[in-house]
Design a protein around this ligand. Structure first.
Ligand SMILES: C[S@@+](CC[C@H](N)C(=O)[O-])C[C@H]1O[C@@H](n2cnc3c(N)ncnc32)[C@H](O)[C@@H]1O
Length: 479
């Protein structure tokens, strides 16, 4: 409730810990609700459009505040009942589950459009209809759970309560995971209880069990479980992999021992795949296939092109295009993933693909020296997108087409603006819904090189360099 100061929060500034009653009007990038309290913009975690909510301010700035929902006073007219609920709280992995699916899809399309137009300053591109999710629930092939302690000191295994690193809510059936994935998690929890193995307590620095990662081969039916613990002495667990993490970084990566199956097998795009524990693999198998189909359509291959697959992971995009390309070259920073890519090429009898372990920032120039300039560049970076320097390296490739697979339209937008400024045309963009019930947005964008625009940019740059005001010593970049 607002404090009785006679002034609204915008005039006096909100205070951390203060409670306000607000109505959510829209959703921001990243998924938080946007409300206005007497002119002050409030970003609300846990609020959906039309909801009237009581919130507590968690961060107070002059022009906006961040808040978390304390109570849903009246739900928005469009709200649907939550399906995935743990301990009375909505599943943290499905924050948009209260929105009808069609609305989720429409908002994601609008946010891609808004990011490109408003953040990227771009127009004239075709925003194509979004590809809807094949499955709205039980689509994740990988989930990570945390161990905690129940009221009777028994091990529980689930998700952290919202905003609480010290409280875990037990999960019996998560609707993002398959039934087999849920059963695998429950089996490990039963083992922990039967053997009285305690959860690690970060405050007391006692106990053993930290996390469990369950990964599934959707088509192979395989399940791989990886237990993350604080130390190594405890009864043999029913898992495939065991990672020891001694520090409190919150990271689940560390030295991993193999107790069962090391490589998970999967089928995708008509090919077989082996995936190492440390390698990236798209978490929605069904939609990964559709995402790659859009990338292949945009690449427009005729059989002779040289394709660069930058940020290639285990080679999924490049190898799935290899039969339509002249040659494929993949570049990826995780050596384990490159080893998988090479093994996967061999496993599928693909002879026109080569893979290089390296950083996309420094590895593109050497790749061009080794392979020659590509006709098509595929980019699939992490959420942070590309640095300006990486975009410049991509521009040096002078590829006729750039296919950009993005999991974050707000970082795609500045990268797209830089490509367009250098003479590419943003032709088409298609969102592909990989993550229903969440605000995460995936899309594929096609950039086409316009030689006349590139020449105009080059002659403008040459004229600027000759002008007496040009900065002295603006030399070559080192990598
Ligand atoms: C979104 S994933 C895409 C992987 C793959 N294209 C796929 O669909 O499975 C991004 C990949 O980029 C890799 N990566 C992250 N930073 C990198 C960098 N600086 N240089 C090269 N690869 C990088 C990650 O290891 C990860 O495999």
């Amino acid at each position: 409730m607002e404090r009785a100061t006679g002034k609204g929060p915008a005039a006096r500034g909100a205070q951390r810990g203060e409670q306000l009653e607000v109505e959510i009007d829209s959703l921001a990038f990243g998924g938080r609700g946007v409300a206005r309290a007497d002119g002050l913009v409030v970003f609300v975690a846990g609020g959906l459009p039309g909801d009237r909510v009581r919130v507590e301010v968690t961060k107070a700035k002059k022009r906006f505040a961040e808040a978390r929902t304390v109570e849903l006073l009246s739900p928005g007219a469009d709200r649907v009942d939550d399906l995935c609920v743990h301990g009375g709280e909505p599943c943290p992995g499905a924050p948009w589950q209260g929105l009808p699916y069609e609305r989720q899809l429409a908002i994601k399309g609008e946010q891609v459009d808004e990011a490109l137009r408003r953040l990227g300053g771009l127009d004239g591109f075709e925003l194509e209809p979004s590809v809807p999710a094949a499955m709205q629930w039980r689509y994740r092939n990988k989930l990570e759970y945390s161990f905690g302690e129940g009221e009777d000191k028994e091990a529980i295994l689930g998700f952290h309560a919202r905003g609480r690193w010290d409280l875990v809510v037990d999960v019996d059936d998560c609707h993002l995971a398959s039934e087999a994935g849920n059963a695998a998690r429950n089996e490990v929890r039963e083992w922990a209880r039967a053997e009285s193995v305690a959860a690690f307590d970060r405050r007391a620095r006692s106990g053993i069990l930290r996390n469990l990662v369950v990964r599934e081969g959707w088509r192979s039916g395989q399940i791989q479980t990886r237990l993350v613990t604080a130390e190594r002495r405890f009864p043999k667990p029913p898992v495939d992999l065991h990672t020891i993490v001694a520090d409190d970084s919150g990271d689940s990566e560390g030295p991993t021992g193999v107790l069962g199956k090391e490589h998970l097998e999967e089928e995708l795009c008509g090919l077989k795949w082996e995936i190492s524990p440390g390698a990236f693999f798209q978490t929605n198998t069904e939609m990964a296939e559709r995402l790659y189909a859009v990338a292949a359509e945009y690449a427009g291959l005729s059989g002779s092109e040289r394709v660069f697959d930058l940020f290639c992971g285990i080679g999924t995009i490049g190898l799935s295009m290899a039969s339509r390309a002249g040659e494929v070259w993949g570049l990826e920073i995780v050596p384990e993933a490159i080893a998988d890519a090479e093994r996967n090429a061999e496993l599928n009898g693909i002879g026109n693909a080569r893979f290089v372990a390296g950083n996309a920032r420094t590895g593109v120039r050497p790749l061009v020296e080794q392979a020659g300039k590509p006709d098509v560049v595929v980019l699939d970076p992490p959420r942070a997108g590309l640095s300006q320097k990486m975009v410049r390296r991509v521009l040096e490739c002078e590829a006729a087409r750039i296919v950009y697979v993005s999991c974050n339209p707000t970082t795609l937008a500045p990268n797209a603006a830089q490509l367009v400024e250098a003479g590419y045309r943003l032709a088409r963009v298609r969102p592909v819904d990989m993550f229903p019930q969440t605000p995460h947005i995936e899309c594929v964008a096609l950039f086409e090189r316009d030689p006349a625009a590139v020449a105009a940019v080059a002659s403008a740059a040459a004229a600027a360099a000759e002008s007496p005001t040009a900065a002295a010593g603006a030399g070559e970049e080192s990598d």
